[in-house]
Write a protein that binds this ligand. Structure first.
Ligand code: AMP
Ligand code: MG
Length: 322
């Protein structure tokens, strides 16, 4: 059962857990977040596991200050102005990711952009002390509404996480507004705690709305990293010239002939498999194989999200923009 500790006493316990790759529920000004070190794949996998999320959608990375944000993302002048005006606060900016920033690919679901936000209060102080960004979706079981009090988090997720930092009720009470600057114009990807009119006042132009092809929106295939190679799932036998993505100790027939081989987890550990998923797909894609054969992955626990991601990557390419 999670410990529920008041925010003014919880800093050291939260730091210790996060440094050890654990997840911690924290208050932010929007809703409670389920936070993990964004540079640690196992911590990020634990977030999905604790939420029971059936999909790996990209998460928001939370930063302590503008310097940390600029080390992770590339800020055009308008994005920087928006950050300076609304941070810390309930505005999330999607910007190009700096690949060398050390953000684990499970945070961005393999995308080359990243959603960044600087939270107020406990979260901001925690990130500054940790010195690393925190990935943090809302602290609730997948499909349930976001929690706005420490007790609500504890009763929902308490059995699955070690610590809930109790900061009372969250002042904004709804999620952050997500925007992305495209060619000098601001697109709103999700409405939230900062009103469109406030952003329009700064941008000097009406916001674009909705997602465009290539931009993340929940359920949009086009948004996600799609390998150039075709994917063949639940494979028992490797075809000529194929690369092989394995899972567990047993190999598909003909695996010695694979053009390239990587294993999501030798021991069949789904959390390890989740942390390796995007990096392994990208590496096998770079091997130049026209097709990647994928061994069966069980669909319990994190396996559901892994299989969802694999099915999307295997979908015919002309379905990518639906
Ligand atoms: P939450 O699960 O409430 O933290 O929501 C995260 C939101 O941020 C989701 O709607 C994502 O689709 C969105 N998001 C995260 N990363 C990106 C990105 N790189 N591009 C566009 N949207 C993103
Ligand atoms: Mg949520």
């Amino acid at each position: 059962m999670a410990e529920l500790i008041a925010a003014d006493k919880a800093m050291d316990a939260a730091l210790a857990l996060l440094s050890a790759g654990e997840v911690v529920a924290i208050p932010t000004e929007t809703v409670y977040g389920l936070a993990g070190d964004a540079t640690n794949g196992e911590a990020v996998a634990r977030i999905f596991e604790a939420k029971g999320r059936p999909r790996f959608n990209p998460l928001i990375a939370h930063v302590a200050d503008m310097a940390m944000a600029e080390r992770i993302g590339v800020f055009d002048p308008l994005s920087r102005n928006l950050a300076e005006k609304f941070w810390p606060g309930p505005l999330t900016l999607v910007v190009p990711l700096r690949p060398e920033a050390g953000i684990h690919p499970l945070v961005t679901a393999g995308l080359d952009t990243i959603a960044l936000r600087m939270p107020m209060g406990f979260g901001g102080k925690l990130i500054a002390r940790l010195g690393r960004p925190l990935a943090a979706p809302s602290a609730n079981t997948s499909g349930k509404i976001s929690s706005t009090s420490g007790e609500a988090v504890a009763s929902d997720l308490g059995g699955r996480i070690p610590l809930v930092v109790d900061g009372g009720s969250t002042p904004v009470g709804l999620e952050s507004t997500i925007v992305k600057v495209e060619d000098g114009k601001v697109r709103m990807l999700r409405p939230g705690g900062v009103a469109a009119s406030e952003i329009e006042a700064l941008a000097g132009a009406p916001l674009l709305r909705g997602a465009t092809a290539g931009i993340e929106a929940p359920g949009m295939l086009a948004s996600h990293y799609a390998p150039g190679a075709a994917l063949r799932l639940n494979v028992g036998k490797v075809g000529a010239g194929e690369a092989l993505l394995g899972f567990g100790p047993e190999r598909a027939e003909g695996w010695q002939q694979a053009r390239a081989f990587l294993n999501l987890s030798e021991t069949g550990d789904l959390r390890e498999a989740a942390t390796n998923l995007f990096a392994h797909l990208q590496a096998l894609d770079r091997s130049g194989a026209a097709s990647i054969a994928v061994e069966p992955v069980p669909s319990d626990e994190l396996g559901e999200a892994i299989n969802d991601r694999l099915a999307r990557a295997a979908a015919p390419r002309d379905n990518l923009h639906v």
